[in-house]
Structures are given as C-alpha cells and as structure tokens.
Design a protein around this ligand. Structure first.
Ligand code: NAP
Length: 240
C-alpha cells in the first residue's frame, strides 16, 4: 500500500537511517518535519524537500519548538519517529565515564521523553497517531563494551510499552523497532567501515518502517519489531 500525504516528524535526519527514511517518505509524497544538530549529509535537494530544524532534541525547549512548529506547518502529526541517537566508544562498564553515561541518556532517552511530552497531547486530541521509537537489537540482548548505549535502548522499550498502555483504547499507538546492525556512520565509527558494510542498509530498514506506516506490516500497540539482516521482521508482543 502506498503511504501518501502523511505528516511525519523524524528526529535525527542528517545521516544514516533518519536520512534514508526522510528521502523515502518525501519521494512518495509525504510531508516531513525533521531535525538534527548539524546538517551532516543533507544536501540542497533534501533541504528543499522538507522542513528542517537544526536543533538539539535532548533540550526540552528545543523539542517543544520542534513539535509545536511541526503541528503548525503540517497541520497535524500522524507519525512521530524517535530516531536520534548517539553511542560511546567500546569499553567495559567500569571504564565508561559519568559524562559518557549522561551523554547517551540525554540524547537517546531524554530526547524521546521530550518529543513525547509535546506530541502525545496533540495525538490524543486528534485521537489518532503512531509513535515509532527506534530501539536496537541490543535493546533486547545487550552486547559487551556498550553498556551505556544498550541500557538506553532497553529504556526505549520501557517507554514504548508504557505509552502504549496509557493510550490503549484511543487511536494512538506506540511501537518500537529493534534492528540489528545498520551500515551507517554510527556503526562504522564503532566497529570500522569494513564491519559496517556487512550490515543491513539504512534503505532496507527505512522500507520496513514505510511498510509499517502504510499498514502493509501490521504491528500491535506496544509491540517491538525485531529486524535482522535478510530476515522477515519478527513481532515481539509485550507481556500484559
Ligand atoms: N547503526 C546501527 O548499527 C544501528 C543498529 C540498531 C539500531 N540503530 C538505531 O538506529 C537509529 C539511527 O542510527 P544511525 O545508525 O542512523 O545513526 P547515525 O548515522 O549516527 O545518525 C544519528 C542521527 O541522530 C542525530 N542526533 C543525535 N543526537 C541528536 C539530538 N540530541 N538532537 C537531534 N538530532 C540528534 C544525528 O545528527 P547530529 O549529530 O547532526 O545531531 C544523526 O542525524 C538510532 O536510534 C540507533 O540507535 C542503529
């Protein structure tokens, strides 16, 4: 099914998965508001194709500005995709500094609370809306030497389920996606370019997200979609 004229907010559109998703949505006639702290890989054609806000969504006032501006320029918010995320250098848990822990939680977890704080009232008033939080396979199954990052991705699952339960019986849905490795800057910075190239492409993950938004892949409220390379998406339904 083709998704058209959907009004979508995406955090973290300057590269990787966010940029692939932005391009796919715009190419199919959807309206996007997106943000990042830098322009990154966005080219002039991208910038003209959507509403770009250069800001830091971990800061509540900037997140509020993003969401309220989105509601104004789009007229409504059908989908919010919390994609923005950072990681930290590979090290054992006892070596991770307080600054690194805070950096991960501020950008990955506080940012998600920030956009939800301002978006959920809008979606609840519309009685319609889909929240997609990008977690990770390592938000379901931690990997060594990435404890701060992994724990933020476990946290994303908790937020997703709580929002889903709070919104039960309304037209608002909250789900998460847990991809295995994606060939992006985040991955190559962590594990090197050669390892990153062996992972699934950001375009493939964007296609699956598009199919979820269009309804071709049906995901129950609160569920997580585990997305492994070259495998069909696997639905994980939360405990009640
Ligand atoms: N790559 C993987 O192997 C992998 C695997 C599983 C899940 N994921 C998840 O997939 C999502 C996308 O990751 P990716 O690999 O595409 O990473 P990426 O290439 O590093 O992109 C991350 C994006 O988030 C933005 N961002 C970070 N903090 C921000 C903030 N506070 N405010 C606004 N924008 C912010 C970055 O732009 P600026 O730096 O310009 O702000 C960038 O546009 C993340 O949630 C990640 O955890 C990745």
């Amino acid at each position: 099914m083709k998704l058209q004229r959907a009004r979508v907010v995406i955090t973290g559109v300057s590269g990787g998965l966010g940029l692939a998703l932005l391009r796919l949505l715009v190419a199919n006639g959807n309206f996007v508001v997106g943000c990042a702290r830098h322009k990154g890989d966005l080219d002039d054609k991208d910038i003209k194709s959507f509403h770009f806000y250069q800001l830091d969504v971990s800061k509540p006032k900037q997140a509020s500005y993003l969401i309220n501006s989105a509601a104004k320029v789009l007229g409504a918010i059908d989908v919010l995709i919390n994609n923005a995320s950072v990681t930290h250098g590979l090290k054992n848990t006892e070596e991770i500094t307080p600054k690194e822990v805070l950096y991960c939680f501020r950008n990955n977890v506080f940012s998600t609370f920030n956009t939800l704080r301002y978006t959920l009232p809008i979606m609840k008033a519309q009685n319609n809306g889909l929240v997609i939080n990008i977690s990770s396979r390592c938000g379901r199954r931690a990997v060594p030497r990435l404890a701060a990052y992994c724990s933020t991705k476990f946290a994303i699952r908790g937020i997703t389920e709580a929002v889903a339960k709070e919104a039960a019986g309304t037209g608002v849905k909250s789900i998460s996606i847990s991809p295995s490795g994606i060939n992006t800057k985040m991955r190559s910075d962590l594990f090197g370019a050669d390892e990153s190239k062996k992972q699934q492409s950001p375009e493939r993950v964007a296609e699956v997200l598009y199919s979820i938004m269009s309804g071709d892949i049906q995901v129950p409220n609160g569920a997580d979609v585990l997305l492994l390379k070259e495998k069909e998406p696997i639905l994980k339904v939360p405990e009640t």
